[in-house]
Write a protein that binds this ligand. Structure first.
Ligand code: PFF
Length: 444
């Protein structure tokens, strides 16, 4: 049926919950607080906000326009506008595949932590527990399978009855849980030092490393650069206001990232832990914080439910990118696409998971399999965003894009001029500079 008439969101609110659901994920709750903790706290937050405002919004609007204009998922959308540029869409589908392969491994860890909290808690040596769990050859793979199955089930149910419905429930629930946990963290005795660390930008701590980390994080966190928002945008009706949507979605995502920092960093300070603990912050440090808190196990359960919801609303968007491609391009039925793709991604996730343990000595360019997948996505997302800017700015043309945007609403505040400059010059140049710097070609 969907092959005949394209599915649509039930309402604009449904689209916003789905797109914000895609954006709000492990990137906000797991990565953002530890990146802020590692990169000087307030100064990272400041640079991050600046990049969201300038580049995040620009690319978000760009992706929405391409999707809504063509009513096609990423690959076919580029192809419809200009045949030679469909490779950007193809790259996006591959990137979506790569990201979900490792994302669902971490989603599985979250499920396991939730299960452990419900079953009574995490052993007090949280570091030893984490290491022994992720290096186990069976249990993380089992949880990865459960996580992928849940993702597949929602996507199998379709746009309105699956993705939209799930996000309309999970996103508000997530928000309420996050507020409750943030209030608990901020009101802990000794939390002030964490709040100060988080909110005071000490510009002397600004390094190029901070800027590179923030840029990569903006792409990942806003789900940009692989055509996810193109795909979600393709289910939007012509009457919806794209420009408003492209402000609201990054706003919600950023709010949640900021709140996640409030939920985590003050508590880490209050109990005298190290904020720069890196990826272990959520799985090692935070369980220790819960251990010390009155009713900590309740907060442990609430917190991991929250993270699970966030992770699921993102993983479904990643799966949808690849499923929609199979439907649009190869005319596969949704059921077949969901089963085949989620199984393949799960299979790629197995070596990624094993690379935390028995396969840790298998390396690609010096990185283990899991880190190689993450690294590939760190490059592919900004590259996809860069190519999209070039595509809109110089191939499709700003005027056609703006004509599409204005169908559902006017462009106020001279937004057209701003967006044109951003998409043609500022965003591409910023991404190129950061790339060259990261490759060591340009020293900032
Ligand atoms: N934005 C998600 C997060 O922050 O966890 C991850 C993600 C989802 C990245 C979808 C890219 C994407 F297309």
């Amino acid at each position: 049926m969907e092959n005949k008439k394209r599915a649509q969101w039930g309402s604009n609110f449904g689209f916003i919950m789905a797109a914000a659901g895609s954006a709000v994920g492990l990137g906000n709750l797991w990565k953002f607080p530890y990146l802020a903790g590692k990169n000087g706290g307030g100064v990272f937050v400041f640079v991050y906000l600046l990049i969201v405002l300038l580049i995040g919004f620009t690319i978000m609007l760009g992706e929405m326009v391409i999707g809504r204009s063509t009513q096609l998922s990423s690959y076919n959308a580029y192809q419809k506008i200009s045949k030679n540029w469909s490779f950007i869409g193809a790259m996006g589908v591959i990137t979506g595949f790569i990201v979900l392969s490792f994302y669902s491994v971490v989603g599985g860890w979250v499920l396991n932590y939730l299960y452990q909290y419900i079953a009574g808690g995490i052993p007090s040596d949280t570091s030893a527990y984490f290491v022994s769990f992720i290096s186990n050859p069976i249990s993380p793979i089992f949880w990865n399978m459960v996580f992928m199955a849940a993702t597949a089930y929602i996507v199998f149910k379709g746009i309105g009855g699956g993705i939209e419905k799930a996000c309309k429930f999970m996103m508000p629930a997530l928000f309420v849980l996050l507020i409750v946990i943030s209030i608990r963290a901020i009101t802990l005795p000794g939390a002030g030092a964490g709040i100060a660390f988080y909110l005071t930008p000490d510009l002397s701590k600004l390094t190029t490393g901070t800027i590179v980390a923030a840029l990569g994080q903006v792409f990942f966190s806003l789900s940009l650069g692989l055509g996810c928002i193109i795909t979600y945008g393709s289910y939007l009706g012509k009457g919806e206001n794209l420009e408003k949507n492209s402000i609201i979605v990054p706003f919600i995502d950023t709010l949640v990232a900021l709140l996640a920092g409030f939920a985590i960093l003050p508590a880490v300070f209050a109990f005298g832990f190290e904020p720069g603990a890196g990826p272990g912050l959520m799985f090692i440090t935070l369980p220790q914080v819960f251990d010390k808190m009155p009713l900590g196990w309740v907060f442990g359960i609430l917190f991991f439910i929250l993270v699970l919801f966030a992770a699921l609303t993102s993983s479904i968007s990643l799966l949808e990118v690849t499923v929609a491609y199979m439907q649009d391009q190869h005319k596969w039925r949704r059921t077949k696409a969901v089963i085949v793709l989620s199984t393949l991604m799960f299979l790629v996730g197995i070596p990624a998971s094993l690379s935390m343990g028995i396969w840790s000595n298998v390396t690609i360019f010096g990185k283990n399999i899991f880190d190689s997948l993450v690294f590939a996505s760190d490059i592919l997302l900004p590259l996809g965003g860069l190519l999209m800017c070039i595509f809109i700015g110089y191939v499709w043309g700003i005027d056609k894009a703006v004509a599409e945007i204005t169908i559902g609403g006017k462009l106020p505040f001279r937004l057209k001029g701003f967006w044109t400059v951003m998409i043609k010059y500022v965003a591409p140049i910023a991404v190129i500079v950061v790339f060259l710097n990261a490759l060591g070609i340009l020293k900032l």
